[in-house]
Design a protein around this ligand. Sequence first.
Ligand code: OXD
Ligand code: MN
Length: 588
Amino acid sequence: MTNNKTILTWLEEMKALLNPDNVVWIDGSEEQLEQLRAQSVASGELTKLNEELLPDCYLHRTAINDVARVENRTFICSKKEENAGPTNNWMDPQQAYKMLYDIARGSYAGRTMYIIPFSMGPIGSPLAKAGIEVTDSIYVVLNMAIMTRTGQKVLDVLGDSNDWVRGLHSRCDIDEEKRYICQFPEDNTIISVNSGYGGNVLLGKKCFALRIASYQGWNEGWMAEHMLILGIENPQGEVKYVAAAFPSACGKTNLAMLIPPEYLKEQGYKIWTVGDDIAWMRIGPDGRLWAINPENGFFGVAPGTNEKSNFNALASTKQGTIFTNVAYDKDNGNVWWESLDKNPPENGIDWKGNPWNGKTSSEKGAHPNSRFTAPAKNCPCVSSEFDSTTGVPISAIVFGGRRAKIAPLVYQSKDWENGVFVGSTMASETTAAASGAVGVVRRDPMAMLPFCGYNMGDYFQHWLDMGKKLGDKAPKIFNVNWFRLDDEGHFIWPGFGDNMRVLNWIIARCENKVAAQETAIGYVPYSKDIDLTDLDFSIDTLNDILKVDREAWTKEAEEITEHYKKFGDKLPTELKTQLDNLKKGLAK
Ligand code: OXD
Ligand code: MN
């Protein structure tokens, strides 16, 4: 498939290490994928779902000890510990290679080694990058074929270049004690052992497109971010693009596929989805920031997805989708998950593979982190620019988190530097859905805490440097909070499609079409400028959730002071000044 010596040499090493019985190159053809699907149905790895209800869809169950990303077993293996920084686990690369090779040695015996050439980003795009993943799992092959562009054409475009990421995945024994997800940013290498769960084994996603790519972006002058990308089309047919970062469980996929309120739809407003999880952004020839979604599908959380919460995500799963760890309906070969609808199967099988009656059981049918892997092309609102090799120009960057009080519905940072401050202090409160105390504030800078492949202090500096290069062409930076609670613990803002009202204010600010009030934290909307048409929502309540509470923010500034201490000398002086300015502004 290729004469690229760097690839062939590495594959020889991998073969010698892993000792497979067979070697199969993934060429990207539908015939080959179809044959692999049939093979995994025969082996029980996949269950074919009802062809009429869900054409070309399959169900897979992982081992019950292997259902989520394992941050405590994820390592950045840079030569110097300092380069992994205070927010990552670090392991010395030599020690890590030895340990991982010892674990993986001979582990493909009796198995097939699949070689997957894949592209993150449209093939041939100057913003795209290639990788090769070797794996002993057909499930990984079939998921990678949805989530990335795979096959011969990737190799053709790569030619003899050495600019590709090496990914070794081995299921080994799915042993939790020997599970490791290791990134070697200086070697463009990822090694993942003893897992079969998506986020740990689809190496194009978090491991490459965020951890390795963030390091590449730092070196090469671009950005790899944990951001959705959406386009907002106005009634004149002009589309403005927004990239937005939120920690998990803050509705990223919902925002990416938002359906505007009826009155805005009637006026001709539309939302177009470019991506729901990752953005790669570079400065284009025109000096603006241009973004691509490096992925080709959605790896979304199933529970909570329904016709009301996210019609477009649900529609995306109706064909060519792989479901993982959801419940199965034996009567009609369908899938089910909590809050899909009020009609769980009686004759079902739960995510653990046990008989399950959804009408009577108190157990959950689907794992809370059960997933769908769906082709992006299925999405009814997928952007016409989805495959664009140049990407889309970004007008606004939005940060957000779940804050019951404090953070207003929306505010704009004073400038790029202040926006980096806002992103670097991003926080979200833990919910009852996760174990541990409820309402605890967790700082998750730019939603990159588990995904930044190098020292986060250097990462902040990189953001500041990008702003200097972009100058007055830099996107405007905003912060949103859909999650303000009233005294009874109810959400105040309706969220979902109504978030479009906030997006419209953001775009109006980018176009200098609307004034705003300057406060200590940034520019806050005048309540009259958030359109409440057709919404049963009072201006007083809106004023409440737009208010900047001086006392609460003074406390927040103290917490940020603590948060910043972690970064020591690596904290850019600009951010220290930003914090001082915030304190001064609040004291005025
Ligand atoms: C994801 C995550 O799966 O952020 O996208 O955990
Ligand atoms: Mn994510």
